[in-house]
Design a protein around this ligand. Structure first.
Ligand code: SF4
Length: 411
């Protein structure tokens, strides 16, 4: 089936030049009760949330993203993402300011760098987002209006990456890295590309979802120059895939920038197999890989938006066998307190022995996989060519310890 993507509704009295200018979208963001009231009939629960002011996670939406949500229905999935709710103030189960453990000193060697995994770092170049998603996992950092990284912190961060020669991937995150100007982004990408050991750059962003007009020819040109750059989008619901968003995704792919999507399973938003398949198939049609289907982290104020692990496993099980491997996102959970990722796959094994394993497949087929004799298993003759590279990867975090002892700020 060929999918058709509808344009987002645009205010009739607004000049298209404004609507399609991403800087106008940011400048005209909805930030308070008065702004939200012009778009929505606010419920008592939403009004109560606005009344809490500083008690509640920062509030913001682009006019474009607000136009995708229902004006009257408080249960509308997109409205649940962008509008604050009084339930954010009443977590009863689990409520963590830093569920990924990013603030622990061991994971946070210098400002704006999170070094949790051995061969990759997160580089938080801004804390600003154009929409503050109510389920955000990084509420300890995001939306505190510090904006683009300060010069001295930037120099320290680049210096850390430069000296930590075990780092292979840098993931630009925030905040939303695509809220910074083209010139700022170009500087970051150029500085990273000039570091020999940085192989891959990823950019994690919601901008193609909440302000797809950000994806201009100039932006794509800058990213293309710094290749290989992967774009990690964050579509959660098929209604977010408007004609404008679809064009943005295709612009990246047409220019050789691979697009991978990371969705979060959210209560009353997308926690149904029918919605996940609809999102995944449309993304794949646009050549964006549905990559992760995350369990929502127990970040402060998210109890009402989280699903149970059982609910997520059920969704995964229903999808299995009906979605191809290309269309199927990986179900994954970040172990609270920074324990790293845990992956889930449906269990098909029914019996395990040294000689074989028995299975019942997704549609009930029962069969057995018989191992060859262990004595016949040999290693590839040329693996020696790659052993040094492999050992280096395994030890990359140790390599990154060295520069901390000899930290020079000469940038
Ligand atoms: S765009 Fe990402 S970082 Fe920003 S509020 Fe949403 S989830 Fe958090």
């Amino acid at each position: 089936m060929k999918f058709v993507f509808q344009s987002a509704p645009r205010p009739v009295d607004l000049a298209p030049e404004k609507w399609f200018d991403w800087t106008w979208q940011l400048r005209s963001s909805l930030k308070n009760q008065a702004d939200y009231s012009t778009y929505f009939q606010l419920s008592t629960e939403e009004l109560n949330a606005f009344a809490q002011g500083s008690e509640i996670f920062n509030i913001r939406s682009t006019p474009y993203y607000a136009s995708l949500a229902s004006k009257t229905d408080v249960m509308d999935p997109i409205r649940r993402i962008l509008a604050p709710h009084e339930k954010e103030l009443f977590d009863t189960k689990q409520s963590q300011l830093d569920p990924l453990g990013e603030r622990k000193k061991s994971n946070h060697p210098v400002a704006r760098i999170v070094h949790r995994y051995s061969d990759r770092v997160l580089f938080l170049i801004t804390d600003i987002c154009s929409v503050y998603c109510r389920y955000c996992t990084r509420k300890h950092f995001t939306g505190s209006d510090q904006a683009f990284i300060k010069q001295d912190e930037y120099a320290q961060a680049i210096n850390y990456i430069k000296k930590a020669t075990g780092i292979r991937e840098v993931i630009l995150s925030g905040g939303d890295p695509l809220t910074v100007s083209d010139a700022q982004l170009e500087r970051v990408l150029t500085d990273l590309r000039n570091i020999d050991h940085v192989e891959i750059i990823r950019i994690g962003t919601r901008m193609p979802v909440v302000a797809p007009m950000r994806v201009t020819d100039e932006l794509v040109k800058i990213m293309k120059k710094a290749k290989p750059v992967f774009l990690m989008t964050h579509f959660n619901h098929p209604r977010e895939l408007t004609a404008e968003a679809a064009a943005a995704v295709e612009k990246f792919v047409d220019n050789g920038i691979p697009v991978m999507n990371q969705m979060v399973l959210l209560n009353g938003v997308n926690n149904h197999a029918a919605i996940v398949q609809a999102l995944s198939r449309r993304l794949l049609f646009l050549r964006a890989k549905p990559y992760y289907m995350f369990q929502c982290d127990p970040s402060i104020g998210t109890d009402y938006l989280r699903t149970s692990i059982e609910d997520s496993l059920q969704i995964q099980k229903e999808l299995w066998g009906h979605l191809s491997g290309l269309a199927m996102p990986n179900l994954s959970l970040d172990i609270p307190d920074g324990g790293g990722k845990a992956y889930y796959v449906p269990q098909f094994e029914t019996e395990v022995s040294r000689a074989s394993r028995k299975f019942t497949g997704w549609d009930g087929v029962q069969s057995e996989y018989i191992n060859p004799d262990a004595s016949q298993i040999i290693k590839p003759a040329d693996c020696g060519l790659y052993i040094e590279e492999w050992n280096r990867l395994k030890n990359s975090k140790k390599i990154t310890q060295e520069p901390l002892l000899n930290h020079d700020e000469s940038l």
